[in-house]
Design a protein around this ligand. Structure first.
Ligand code: SF4
Ligand code: SF4
Length: 331
């Protein structure tokens, strides 16, 4: 039985719903499809006319509060994206993969970002119709101020999400510039309108953690309380491996986000999406609430892993439990 939820029942704004297309967002996402295929952009398109839910995306932008925290961050984000990247240096810095990774981490953390990972780029992360010749992806994570995010879905939390999106853009532009000054081509990929590829799969592959029931990545140190950006490059940086902390199993016996989600968009079981069983957010239920509440973010705010310090303790506890179980299995 779900606990009381102050935002239920939720009634979508009729003006918003008049803009909903005939096709379900879950269908665009490939819910129930048994064959693997590349993703299609369902939301946050660079050009809203190119997606079925473009009018709902426009409604979100028009419906944003007339608040300086939002307008200022949008301006700063756009200015950062418009800033030209430095010229590509004529000579390339050549060094070993470990030296590259150490230099990247020193450049990014702390200050520019809270976490950085590197993965070999996979074609199936690209949206249908997109292509790239780059070999690697640098994934960048910037953490929300949890004290502010915990007010979700109030306006403060929406403002904090916008602030971190700006930081994520600035970090991606800075890393791309840093690589180009060392003679390596680099292409920033910034959100929320990434255009080229989905950022969750490379984040998982590069050691940011596991997918939670709320459909966001859970990192041991930041929980789900962070935003992502990325840089595509050929620079031979050491790839950082995927990690597991037992979060997937933890989600099976936790239902905090399920109970907290006003439109009941989160499911107690995994769903098949484009040939893969995974945690899935019901797009058609989530988006109307998300649009009416500054981007919502309730599910990432209530996730216990997002509370500062809690994720590290949980990961240690789960690791000890796994060791005990392994010993018991041997006897
Ligand atoms: S963001 Fe979507 S899935 Fe998460 S709590 Fe809000 S409505 Fe639910
Ligand atoms: S709130 Fe619980 S079930 Fe939801 S993602 Fe976090 S740990 Fe998993």
């Amino acid at each position: 039985m779900a606990r009381d939820n102050p935002y239920r029942p939720f009634t979508p704004d009729p003006d918003q719903m008049a803009r909903a297309p005939d096709i379900s967002g879950n269908e665009v996402n490939g819910l129930g499809e048994t064959d693997m295929r590349r993703p299609r952009p369902v939301y946050w398109a660079t050009d809203p006319d190119q997606i079925a839910h473009g009018e709902m995306q426009r409604w979100f932008m028009q419906n944003s509060p007339d608040d300086p925290r939002f307008t200022e961050q949008r301006k700063r984000r756009q200015a950062a994206m418009d800033r030209p990247l430095p010229e590509l240096a004529r000579s390339r810095l050549e060094q070993g993969a470990d030296a590259w990774l150490a230099a990247l981490q020193a450049f990014c953390v702390p200050g520019l970002a809270e976490k950085v990972g590197v993965a070999r780029l996979q074609d199936d992360w690209l949206y249908e119709g997109q292509a790239t010749a780059f070999l690697r992806i640098v994934v960048i994570g910037v953490q929300h101020d949890y004290a502010v995010l915990s007010h979700a879905p109030e306006i403060e939390a929406g403002g904090e999400v916008m602030r971190q999106y700006t930081r994520a853009v600035e970090a991606a532009m800075a890393v791309a510039g840093w690589l180009r000054r060392q003679g390596w081509e680099a292409e920033p990929v910034t959100g929320p309108m990434t255009g080229k590829l989905a950022l969750i799969p490379p984040a998982l592959a590069s050691g940011f953690g596991e997918l939670g029931k709320h459909g966001s990545v859970i990192d041991r140190d930041m929980g789900a309380s962070f935003r992502l950006s990325a840089v595509l490059t050929d620079a031979p940086i050491r790839e950082t491996p995927a990690v597991e902390h037992g979060i997937d199993a933890f989600c099976l016996s936790c239902r905090i986000c399920e109970d907290a989600c006003p439109p009941e968009a989160l499911s107690p079981t995994k769903r098949r999406v484009r040939g893969v069983e995974k945690w899935y957010v019901d797009f058609d239920r989530c988006i109307p609430f998300f649009n009416q509440h500054q981007g919502c973010a309730i599910c990432i705010a209530v996730c216990p892993w997002s509370r500062p310090g809690v994720g590290q303790n949980l990961a240690r506890k789960l690791a000890r439990r796994a060791q005990r179980q392994a010993r018991a299995d041997q006897t």
